[in-house]
Write a protein that binds this ligand. Sequence first.
Ligand SMILES: [Zn+2]
Length: 163
Amino acid sequence: MARASDIERFWTYVVKGPSTDDCWIWVGAVGDDGYGRFWTAGDGTRQRTMRPQRFLYRHLTGVDLTPDVMLLHRCDVPLCVHVDVDRDASHVRIGGAGENQRDAARAGRQRNRHTTERFASLTRADRVARSRRLRDTVREHGWDPELMARAMSGADSGQDTLW
Ligand SMILES: [Zn+2]
């Protein structure tokens, strides 16, 4: 089970959108794969690091995720940690390899309004850059849909005139 101190610290890195179906954006560390990183006390003898959505999923659902079990984002926002025990409300759910393609197709149809390009179609470097831009934006400005959309679209300062 997760330690209370880890859980408390976890939420200091999360910014929730105002609506119940909004994403919950991780504003802590971002790894070079574009996903968040959360360090926990683990078993007390050594630290563990994991993707924050996995930490919360385990905590809220009680499901022990083995390394081969993937979590899929229906919102296509890798930094989103919006886990709910209600499968329909959750942005993150367990998926197998076979479900990946179906999910990708679904995500394409139900594109998050902040998403202008499919995360999976980006290069690794672009994924990291996009996640860090989003993280920095939310960390600095809080939940601001316009700024978030800009961060996710890849528009840099040189393209500001387009907006
Ligand atoms: Zn989400």
